[in-house]
Design a protein around this ligand. Structure first.
Ligand code: PMP
Length: 359
């Protein structure tokens, strides 16, 4: 039986996509093989890869002046690839620190260049985002980096930082494709696949062409954006199944109405859950109201000793992976694109019932 899976990633995928993958698993496009068994350089797979990119470009509105790359090493690989592609050891880069993933990204960048922390939300225990005016940006920085959605803290930027012409780099691992966006505001957007894109193992990187060719000489070619762009992300053998499945997810989004459709659905889902939390004194969410995430909703119980029971009873009711991140405890419901509204309805109903019995 399928459950409602609230995991933060790898996360739930659209049922229709999984069904299609099952349907064509043994005989993909009449090849008599699965997509995992065909050559990545064969006509059929190249067409499948190109179609995935084309649909992604269409739904996200990626201009022709940007390359779209499908890389390995996921977002953590990009924490290193971004500074290696854009800086020298003498360069200064600005990082906005809004929580666990920003911290990891800037920690990795420190291995390669000078990092200025343009804002650090430690004072609010990472429950806020800085205002534009509070950003201490370095004139002439090689880039400004931010995490558009903190997957652990449940903090999402309600605005796109302005950088005075310095390339803006965003880790959008946990909110890419959740709503329309203006790609032209960014130099680089990157995201791990395993939340809103497809299975784990891939990073999608969208990079403005003028930022190609600045990589260091001592650079692994599989992390070199220019090299990968020149080779259609196939300098090496790519994770073909993940690329194929990501393409099915992009087509699922397109077929249903694209990012406007999913934004409306995501807003309604998140609103229902936050309303349930706000409307009770038993549940609470620590995040400032202007930056509550549409994707990851952490919450705590008035009686934390019931956390385990909450999660185990929820699991018995078919609502799984609600445990908060090991670093923060409590609960977290990740409600990415593929979580159907019925999943959130079932969670809200369960929360009400749990409160009635234990509140
Ligand atoms: N950035 C964010 C915002 C994330 O949520 C994650 C994974 N949860 C990562 C980066 C790291 O992704 P990966 O483990 O795929 O490298």
């Amino acid at each position: 039986m399928r459950v409602f899976n609230f995991a933060a990633g790898p996360a739930t995928l659209p049922l229709e996509v999984l069904e299609q993958a099952r349907e064509e698993l043994l005989d993909w496009q009449g090849s008599g093989m699965s997509v995992m068994e065909v050559s990545h350089r064969g006509k059929a797979f190249v067409a499948c890869a190109e179609e995935a990119e084309a649909v992604l470009r269409e739904i996200l509105g990626v201009p022709a002046s940007y390359k779209v790359l499908f890389l390995q090493g996921s977002a953590t690989g990009q924490f290193a690839a971004v500074p290696m592609n854009l800086t020298t050891p003498e360069s200064t880069v600005d990082y906005i620190n809004t929580g666990a993933w920003s911290k990891k990204a800037l920690g990795e960048a420190k291995r390669f260049c000078k990092v200025n922390v343009a804002a650090d939300e430690a004072a609010s225990n990472y429950s806020t985002v800085p205002e534009q005016g509070a950003l201490k940006l370095t004139p002439g920085a090689a880039y400004v980096h931010y995490t558009s959605n903190e997957t652990i803290g449940g903090v999402e930027f309600p605005y796109v930082p302005q950088t005075n012409g310095v390339p803006l780099v965003a880790d959008m691992s946990s909110n890419i494709l959740s709503r329309p966006m203006d790609v032209t505001k960014y130099g680089i957007v990157y995201a791990s696949a395993q939340k809103n894109i497809g299975p784990s193992g891939l990073a999608v990187v969208i990079v403005r062409e003028d930022l190609l060719g600045k990589a260091r000489a001592a650079m692994p070619s599989i992390l070199d954006y220019k090299d990968m762009a020149a080779n259609g992300s196939m300098s090496n053998t790519p994770p073909t199944f993940g690329w194929y499945l990501s393409g099915l997810v992009f087509k699922w989004l397109k077929k249903n109405g694209g990012l406007k459709w999913i934004e409306e659905r995501n807003r309604k889902k998140a609103q229902k859950l936050y309303d349930a939390i706000e409307g009770s004194s038993f549940y609470s969410n620590p995040v400032a109201k202007n930056c509550r995430s549409l994707m990851n909703v952490p919450f705590t119980l008035a009686k934390p000793d019931l956390d385990k029971q909450f999660c185990s009873e929820a699991k018995a009711a078919g609502l799984t992976n609600l445990e908060g991140h090991r670093s923060v405890g409590g609960m977290r419901a990740s409600i990415y694109n593929a979580m159907p509204p019925e999943g959130v309805d079932a969670l809200v109903a369960f929360m009400k019932e749990f409160e009635r019995r234990h509140g």
